[in-house]
Design a protein around this ligand. Structure first.
Ligand code: ADP
Length: 490
């Protein structure tokens, strides 16, 4: 093992960036450094970030993470990032032409609605990319920039345009322009990547009018990228993977059928579906990772509102004064008193895709208390998760031995118990809260030879707590069906 001990990861999130070190000897994460990222909202529904600020924040975090580590002990640095967010920059100077357009940004909503009206086009795009036509993904954001940013359009004409997701821009900056790359997991979120070709799709680039020569080269997730310097220390970059795929990898869901859900602001369920893409109209199909061992695909269900419902209960309804109170308050009653909640605070994502739906409470009477409402919110989140799962298992034999989970909301035991009860199998909370960053550490470890292969990594999984389903209760299933009927009417 050439005396090395640490693997570093950069976790480029939506609200903050983090860097950390994974200590192979103790199997623990140390030296976490974090910095918040400014969000810009130039119009309602539009979200932008400053790509230069992000790179500067990452460099300063990296400086802190490595301050007490000798470069000789470090294998290298992996990257995981918020996906779909797009940057346009100058090939010569590395300077962006416009603020980064963030995945949440809805500025191309109308354009996407227009595209979706032509069912044949929507089907063609789904067949090739595994994705739905939605402003969430990168291609329509790029098309918007080419139309609305004069500097971007001019750079295209002058052959100086680089278009990439944030991983590409970060790598370009860290390596002084020496590497212009992205990986398959990130590329597969752009609407320009063909799942079967495993490459940019020339016809889709033409369809969205995106110059293919402006896009980065796609590399394997475990491929070596380049060297760079931080505070005079030489570090190696390698191990690149989008955040949700990274948490699937970090949760060691490496066998076909394994799956996980991350409960953060939103909730993301991803299932490893092995080496061939499987399509489901209610879910997304995406590249989980491509390494020297081959390609692995995933089915993905994005639920837009999960932890955000808890924040809303706290900040807007003031029913709770902190997130953990959602558990004690909901636990103070034995049921929801017939109240149902649909968590559509930002529209409904998977598996219903009702972008314009609004959240609802129903079944309220004079005897309803705040405890019933909060309990109904927790139930609603678990029903939505079950609904995503039902679509997944209709397309692929999902391993029902357990669902692995991570994210801030897994601290809520009642929520986890509800989830296990409605799934009818165990929910396994990971001991490592940073499973997204851990996925990037594992990928970098593969790149730099810290691990022999993926199989050897899968033994590293550590569980914190397993929630097993309580005795079967027919009411539970009929409540879920009632909830589905409410969603149908939205
Ligand atoms: P993100 O990475 O999306 O910012 P995190 O994984 O950090 O999200 O989780 C934060 C979310 O988890 C917040 O929305 C917060 O309200 C929620 N949360 C944290 N603790 C609890 C709890 N005990 N019960 C319910 N929700 C919680």
């Amino acid at each position: 093992m050439d005396g090395k001990r640490y693997i570093l990861a950069i976790d480029l999130g939506t609200t903050s960036v983090r860097t950390l070190a994974y200590d192979l000897q103790t199997n623990e994460i140390i030296n976490i450094a974090q910095k918040k990222i400014s969000q810009f909202y130039p119009h309602p529904g539009w979200v932008e970030q400053d790509a230069v600020e992000i790179v500067t924040a990452i460099i300063s975090c990296l400086e802190r993470t490595i301050s007490n580590l000798s470069a000789d002990l470090i294998y290298g640095v992996g990257i995981t990032n918020q996906r779909e967010t797009i940057v346009a920059w100058d090939k010569k100077t590395g300077k962006p032409f416009h603020r980064a357009i963030v995945w949440q940004c809805r500025r191309t909503f109308d354009y996407c609605e227009q595209l979706k009206k032509d069912k044949r086009t929507a089907d063609m795009i789904h067949r090739r990319t595994g994705l739905l036509v939605d402003s969430y993904f990168s291609a329509t954001k790029m098309a918007w920039l080419l139309k609305n940013s004069e500097r971007t359009a001019k750079a295209r004409a002058a052959g100086r345009l680089c278009f990439g997701t944030l991983d590409s821009y970060l790598i370009y900056c860290l390596t002084g322009g020496a590497a212009f790359v992205t990986d398959h997991s990130n590329a597969s979120r752009t609407l320009l990547y063909n799942l079967k070709l495993q490459d940019w799709d020339p016809e889709l680039c033409k369809f969205f009018d995106i110059p293919m020569e402006s896009l980065p080269r796609i590399i394997n997730c475990d491929e070596y990228i380049a060297e760079f310097k931080i505070k005079g220390k030489n570090l190696r970059l390698g191990g690149l993977i989008g955040d949700q795929q990274s948490s699937l990898f970090g949760q060691n869901c490496v066998r076909a059928g394994d799956f996980k859900t991350t409960y953060g602001t939103g909730a993301f369920m991803l299932a490893n579906i092995g080496n061939a893409p499987v399509l489901n109209k209610q879910l997304l199909t995406t590249v989980a990772w491509k390494t020297s061992e081959g390609i692995v695909y995933a089915l993905e269900g994005n639920m837009y509102s999960a932890g955000s419902c808890i924040n809303w209960l706290q900040d807007h309804l003031r029913l709770i004064s902190n997130p953990s109170e959602s558990e004690s308050l909901a636990g103070s009653v034995v049921d929801t008193g017939g109240v149902f909640f649909v968590p559509a605070l930002s529209g409904l994502g998977a598996p219903f895709w009702k972008g314009n739906a609004r959240a609802t409470f129903s079944g309220i009477t004079l005897s309803t208390t705040s405890a019933h409402l909060v309990r109904a919110v927790l139930r609603g989140i678990t029903y939505n998760t079950r609904a995503v799962f039902d679509y997944m298992r209709s397309s692929f034999p999902i391993n029902e031995r357990e669902m692995r989970v991570d994210g801030g909301m897994t601290a809520n035991s009642l929520l986890m118990q509800f989830q296990s009860d409605i799934m009818h199998f165990p929910v396994n909370v990971s001991a490592v809260t940073e499973s997204t960053a851990l996925g990037a550490c594992y990928m970098a470890g593969l790149c730099f030879g810290a691990f022999k292969n993926i199989e050897s990594i899968s033994k590293l999984y550590k569980s914190k707590k397993i929630y097993k389903p309580t005795a079967h209760d027919t009411k539970r299933e009929s409540n879920y069906e009632e909830w589905l009927r409410i969603v149908e009417r939205l």
